[in-house]
Design a binder for this molecule. Structure first.
Ligand code: FO1
Length: 327
């Protein structure tokens, strides 16, 4: 396994897609000793006998420069021979596995079957792709996100991909999270942290599963460094995925104020998009610091730029809180 940085400055919590973009930006701004990215594994599932870890893979592929940016998941320059052959046999083709991506799932599953932990397997996959930064699963035990819908409890991928996120969602649960242990030893890391960054990922589907692991929840709650989130909601919508749909179904406004309220006391500050500047006051009234900037990441310049902005903002907050503690 890659040695984890002993003195990381930034711990990022991430899902796939939007989170992976900021994670890539952070790896461009921070050295391998300064960053750890903790990924959601609540989306993981067993499919065709393979263990598929979509968010870990989205982050690994994004950081390695292998991601398909337009699709938001899987690899660029993909071919689909396996899927076509499977379809011709009337196999389970609702979840699209590209040929190159398939190799990742086959190799991961073989390593897991040989007894390696998901953390070790992820480090090996990262090394194989030339990733030097630490990208770790939130825990080694399986955790599975399920949604209570009008059709009953559904497994995440069944809801999200097979049913195209159409069923109305009433509730969520993260099966296995309560008994899971965080993948990282904390005492060695915490004192050096400048900030915990919550990437612009779906709070219910990507960040809450991480926080449902009791170790992660207490670490975030008892942090010394500021927790800074980037809103996944921009101009009344989610850039990708179903965060906006879920907010609506829970009777909440689709704006960054709902994101701030959702994280509540776990959050010190929120970065919101310039298009949502009008919400800054309302969020400040909740006791949070706010930074308004362009958060939409179309290319690597945007990803690096947003990472820089978030880091400067977080370090400013950290310096202010240290100064006020000294005063
Ligand atoms: N998302 C889809 O909407 N359709 C797919 O067929 C699909 C396949 C897929 C294969 C590998 C992988 O790593 C991710 C894949 N995703 C697909 C994305 C994934 O289901 C979700 O985007 C994430 O779990 C949400 O972060």
């Amino acid at each position: 396994m890659n040695a984890l940085p002993r003195k990381p400055r930034i711990l990022a919590l991430s899902g796939g897609v939007g989170g992976a973009k900021l994670a890539r930006g952070l790896t461009r701004e921070l050295s391998v000793d300064e960053l750890i990215v903790v990924c959601n594994t609540g989306d993981d599932f067993e499919h065709l006998g393979l263990t598929v870890c979509p968010d870990l893979d989205s982050v690994l592929y994004a950081v390695a420069g292998l991601a398909d940016d337009a699709r938001g998941w899987g690899r660029a320059d993909e071919t689909w021979n396996f899927l076509d052959a499977l379809r011709a046999m009337d196999g389970e083709s609702w979840f699209q596995l590209g040929d190159r991506d398939l190799a990742q799932h086959v190799q991961r599953s073989a390593w897991l079957r040989s007894g390696l932990s998901l953390s070790e397997v992820t480090a090996r996959l990262g090394r194989a792709h030339g990733v030097r930064h630490s990208i770790v699963p939130m825990c080694d035990e399986p955790v599975r996100t399920q949604l209570r819908t009008a059709e009953g409890w559904l497994d995440f991928q069944d809801y999200f991909v097979r049913r195209r996120a159409a069923p109305l969602v009433h509730d969520l649960r993260y099966v296995g999270a309560a008994a899971a242990r965080a993948s990282l030893a904390w005492p060695a890391i915490e004192p050096q942290l400048d900030a915990i960054v919550i990437c612009p990922s779906n709070p219910y589907l990507s960040i809450d599963p991480i926080l449902a692991v009791p170790d992660w929840h207490s670490r975030v709650r008892e942090r010394r460094a500021p927790v800074v989130a980037v809103s996944p909601i921009v101009a009344g919508d989610a850039l990708k995925g179903c965060a906006a749909k879920m907010l609506r179904e829970f009777g909440l406004a689709v704006n960054p104020v709902s994101i701030a309220r959702h994280y509540g006391e776990l959050l010190d500050a929120l970065v919101i998009d310039s298009q949502d500047a009008k919400y800054a006051n309302e969020i400040e009234q909740l006791g949070l610091a706010v930074h308004v900037t362009q958060t939409v990441m179309r290319n690597d310049d945007d990803r690096g730029g947003l990472a820089r902005t978030v880091l400067d903002f977080a370090r400013g907050l950290r310096a202010r809180s240290l100064a006020s503690r000294r005063a």
